[in-house]
Design a protein around this ligand. Structure first.
Ligand SMILES: Cc1ncc(COP(=O)(O)O)c(C=O)c1O
Length: 392
């Protein structure tokens, strides 16, 4: 696979290139985009071949997810992540955020609290708010350049009887932590003691750099599986987010039945023939491609890190353990959150997600998507260098 190939995404309406959105979020519709969390790489050939074959068949009527689909999914998690998923525990819906929203709705009432760990994926906040629930922050702590969970604060927040849910982002977007089994077990135990349901968003679970190791939350113990719902998706792993298909694993039978009834009531669990063709191929034959991708992504991280070290030491990269998103520390530039945003979008002409999108804890930082050819990253750092030298 040639990850260096630059592919023009203007041919189709890529969200990251949407001019009105770029103008709205960045005040600059010409800014080079690193904000949307998808990749600029072609999906694995096995996925593209499978889709081609599916198109050639020519009949696109109603389908169901058959054994070979489930087997591919199960083998992937078993072989790659040592997690045997009981097929009966899997529910489907269009995307991970749909599942998060449904779970919030089903496991809490208006005004109840939902814990998140900022700086964290901004859509969690939107989903909690749109369900009229209260955001309860358990901010991460930055200790010697590494983000950690604050368990003491978590204990306090979880103990409030109005707190009903905790969303764990594993691996964590945007700070790139791949939570260890011990960290997840400790957070899970606190939630279990206080009857707090854990929604574990594991959409980035396959994008993990050695020696780090992704631990599916529900694989830790039966007790933790019973108090959790795990959101999975091949969207990030194989760059197929536009396929719109995701899975939720729910071991608790009552919780699962509620989710199932809801999905059935609103008919959101139908099967998309192209998504199925893509996902089955990806999970059964996409492992080698993913290994190559991880090598390329890691080289991109190394490139950025050494570039900043040698040329722009004011900018620090918080080394990610997983995800194709990097969290950049711009605090040494001495700009407040809005001034930093203006500097990045107007002077450097870059569309990065400002750190404050992820909560006020993110002020002074920005998130950058590094899943692109290295030549595109070179253009970005050259813009940054010019901006730092000419405008600060
Ligand atoms: C942590 C996390 N969860 C969920 C999503 C969105 O998932 P979906 O498109 O399946 O709703 C993203 C996309 O960036 C993400 O980073």
């Amino acid at each position: 696979m040639n990850f260096d190939q630059v592919i023009d995404r203007n041919e189709y309406p890529a969200l990251k290139l949407n001019k009105p959105l770029l103008a709205e979020h960045f005040g600059n519709d010409k800014a080079l985009p690193f904000w949307v969390a998808d990749m600029d790489f072609r999906a694995p050939d096995v996925v593209i071949d499978s889709l081609r074959k599916r198109v050639e068949h020519g009949i696109f009527g109603y389908e169901y997810k058959n054994d070979s689909y489930f087997n591919a999914l199960n083998r992937w998690y078993k072989n790659r992540h040592q997690w045997s998923i009981d097929q009966d525990h899997i529910e489907f819906c269009p995307g991970v955020l749909n599942a998060v929203s449904i779970l919030i709705n089903q496991h809490s009432d208006t005004g109840d609290g939902v814990i998140i760990q900022p700086p964290v994926f901004f859509e969690f906040r939107m989903v909690i708010r749109s369900n009229n629930r209260k955001i309860i922050k358990n901010p991460l702590k930055l200790v010697n350049g590494k983000y950690q969970m604050d368990f003491e604060d978590l204990e306090e927040k979880a103990a409030n009887p109005k707190t009903k849910i905790m969303i764990i982002c594993n691996p964590h977007n945007p700070v790139g932590r791949v939570w260890t089994r011990a960290e997840l077990a400790q957070a899970g135990e606190i939630c279990r003691q206080h009857n707090v349901l854990v929604i574990s968003d594991e959409i980035h679970g396959d994008i993990v750099y050695k020696p780090h190791h992704y631990t599916p939350f529900a694989s830790i113990s039966d007790e933790l599986a019973q108090i959790s719902a795990t959101c999975l998706s091949p969207a990030k792993t194989f760059n197929i987010a536009g396929m719109i298909d995701a899975m939720t694993v729910i071991a608790n039978v009552q919780h699962r039945e509620r989710f199932h009834d809801f999905a059935h009531r609103y008919q959101i669990n139908k099967t998309n023939v192209f998504a199925s063709a893509a996902i089955e191929a990806a999970y059964s034959q996409g492992g080698e491609w993913l290994d190559e991708l991880l090598t390329y992504l890691h080289a991109n991280i190394n490139f950025l890190q050494s570039y900043f070290h040698n040329n722009l030491p004011q900018i620090k990269l918080i080394e990610p353990e997983g995800t194709f998103l990097v969290w950049l520390d711009f605090k040494e530039l001495g700009l407040d959150a809005k001034a930093l945003e203006k500097f990045l979008t107007q002077k450097a002409q870059l569309a990065l997600n400002s750190g404050y999108w992820f909560g006020r804890e993110g002020a002074g930082y920005a998130r950058m998507n590094i899943a692109c050819p290295q030549s595109v990253l070179q253009e970005a750092v050259s813009r940054l260098t010019n901006a730092v030298h000419n405008y600060l």
